[in-house]
Design a binder for this molecule. Structure first.
Ligand code: M6R
Length: 610
């Protein structure tokens, strides 16, 4: 959550910083601010409530000139979104921006107040500014002051500190919130995500946990948590040029829905032959671990958790290995028993979700045989801290609502299932070939679904005045219903719930009346007859049914009953396939509701705080 950008250059950098904030806005968007040192070495700070656009407009009216600066877009944790709570926070010559949460801020605040520091904001961040100012009084440099300050902080931070008295220096510190340094020619940059800097550089250094770095125009000096100077690898970024460009699309979410065929093709590339999964592509030394694994424990949050829930059905039916799936924020705080030879798998788009990362760290001390991650960001903490990573190749996902990350996670999970099934002797060559060929057909099948966009847009009109929606599914389609309900609620603000269709009569049936839309995912499969009975239970109570099915399922439209007839696809890939029209439905309903599709209220893309 929150986005940070900073620069030390000879040219004016305000525009670069604001461009970076726009690119990071998906991480938090309730207020934004910038601090720039001008040619007279005076610090100028501008902060605005609302989106980066408001800051942009303020700077258009009163441009800031100067080559050293820091900027921030905020997702409020401590204190409401307001100008006073927006970053940067200042203490004397010091200005600070920060991502994360300082857990001992109340204690530090009392100590600093006792030393005479007046607090302006309700934020935890302001303690960092005063603490550095305090330490600077006895330190030889800003670097030393920051090093002394950060050891007193508990919690998670990625922070950048600027000192009016050392105009061409920025000090950055990382512990729990990612920070990256962008290398330029005679100028250097930093950000919480390399995406922010793609207009100025493609060369990056990722700071590691506990690192503190001093950045000037010509140098980058990094010190590890014990203060020893270290050299970190330089990565040449291989980013899609147009990741932050919406192109012909109105929203990032729409673009990312339509990118799914390509994202899945990319995820399959190099991982399958004509009839087999390439096990080595899953990770160096993965084969032995996958073969020996007797249990799979998946841990994730949100959409990634829903992907895990789909995969649970696959692990037990395809790979032939038991599987539990748990929400990371629950897993990390309960006492659990680790089963023998249990493989931990974290699922995450960002690789920075605080709860998932904490669960991984806990699991590493809890007797799991190994920790694997399925993740979309190669440089992320989850990838770096796991024993091996199987990357989704979704490309940068900017819309807060996760779409292509979900379908590529499912693609990876299906590949993994086939690999384990074969290694354990639970899957025949014929079965493997069938799944591999189903996956090969999937991207083109999804392309054909996207053609339904107009029909789904029309359907969405039925939801214009709705306040609740129920989603139903059985088997793998139950978690697809969960994911669809999550999508609808997060972008349209319609209350949506998903139920395993068989659970209907155990309570939720009481909700059914003529004002309750019920969306059912019901392709032809072994459970169809059971789903049909559940559909009848809804119909008998006057519920408004919207059934996504294929022709073989044999539904047709009638009063209070609309069918969305999809092409017939292979059963094994059907959960991935049916996700897409349901994403489109949520998207169009959100458009009708007039919500902010890419940046829904109260949310942020990467949830790097608890
Ligand atoms: O980056 P992650 O996959 O770990 O994120 C987990 C959730 O925060 C995320 O999936 C969230 O639920 C999405 N906004 C859902 O669309």
């Amino acid at each position: 959550m929150c986005g940070i950008v900073g620069a030390v250059a000879q040219r004016d950098i305000a525009e670069i910083l604001v461009d970076g904030l726009h690119r990071l806005e998906y991480r938090g968007y309730d207020s934004a601010g910038i601090a720039v040192l001008n040619l007279d070495k005076q610090m100028q700070i501008v902060r605005r409530v609302g989106k980066v656009k408001a800051l942009d407009e303020a700077l258009d009216a009163n441009p800031l000139l100067g080559g050293t600066g820091i900027a921030h877009t905020r997702w409020a944790t401590h204190g409401e979104p307001s100008e006073t709570n927006a970053h940067p926070h200042r203490s004397g010559n010091i200005a600070v921006v920060h991502n994360g949460i300082i857990e001992n801020y109340e204690e530090l605040r009392s100590e600093l107040q006792a030393r005479g520091y007046p607090f302006q904001s309700q934020t935890d961040t302001e303690v960092i500014a005063h603490l550095v100012e305090w330490e600077l009084r006895s330190a030889k440099s800003l670097l030393e002051a920051v090093q002394k300050a950060v050891v007193q902080l508990r919690g998670a931070y990625g922070t950048v500190v600027m000192n009016q008295a050392e105009p061409e220096h920025l000090i950055v510190a990382r512990s729990g919130s990612p920070l990256v340094i962008g290398l330029g020619m005679g100028e250097n940059f930093l950000a919480s995500d390399p995406l922010a800097l793609l207009n100025v550089t493609r060369r990056f250094i990722y700071l590691e946990e506990g690192d503190v770095a001093e950045i000037t125009r010509r140098s980058v000096d990094i010190f590890d948590r014990s203060g020893v100077k270290v050299v970190r690898e330089i990565h040449e970024g291989n980013f899609e040029q147009d990741a932050a460009d919406k192109g012909q699309y109105r929203h990032y979410m729409q673009k990312e829905i339509f990118e799914q065929p390509v994202a899945i093709r990319n995820t399959l590339e190099g991982r399958i032959t004509n009839d087999k999964v390439v096990v080595d592509a899953i990770g160096a030394n993965a084969a032995q671990i996958l073969k020996d694994a007797q249990h799979i424990q998946i841990v994730a949050c949100g959409t990634s958790y829903n992907a895990g829930m789909v995969a649970r059905y696959w692990f037990e039916s395809i790979a032939g290995v038991s599987c539990d799936v748990e929400i990371a924020s629950e897993f990390r705080y309960r006492k659990f028993v680790t089963r023998p030879n249990s493989l931990l798998i974290t699922l995450s788009q960002s690789g920075e979700t605080a709860d998932t990362l904490a669960a991984l760290r806990l699991a590493k001390e809890s007797g799991f045989m190994a920790a694997m991650t399925i993740c979309n960001v190669a440089s992320s903490s989850l990838v770096r801290e796991s024993d091996f990573a199987f990357m989704t190749k979704a490309g940068v996902e900017i819309g807060v609502a996760s779409t292509k990350a979900f379908t590529t996670q499912l693609t990876c999970l299906l590949l993994l299932n086939v690999a384990i099934g074969r290694l354990k002797g639970n899957l025949s060559e014929e079965q493997e070939k069938h799944i591999v060929q189903s996956l090969q057909r999937l991207p083109a099948q999804i392309e054909s679904t996207l053609v339904f966009d107009k029909a789904i847009e029309k359907l969405s009109e039925d939801f214009a005045d709705k306040h609740h929606t129920l989603f139903l599914g059985r088997g793998e389609f139950y978690p697809i219903a969960m994911e669809s309900a999550l999508k609808l609620k997060e972008i349209s603000y319609i209350h949506a719930e998903a139920y395993a269709a068989g659970e209907l009569k155990h309570g939720p049936l009481a909700l059914i009346d003529s004002d309750m839309p019920v969306i059912v995912v019901a392709p032809e499969n072994d459970l169809l007859e059971k789903v049909k009975s559940n559909i009848e239970e809804v119909r008998a109570r006057g519920g408004q049914l919207y059934v996504f099915a294929d022709h073989d399922a044999g539904f047709s439209d009638s009063e209070g009953f609309k069918t969305i007839v999809m092409p017939k696809v292979d059963e094994v890939t059907a959960p991935i396939f049916y996700t897409v029209p349901l994403q489109l439905l949520s998207y169009h309903i959100a458009l009708i509701k007039g919500t902010d599709v890419d940046q829904p209220r109260n949310l942020a893309k990467a949830v790097t705080v608890e």
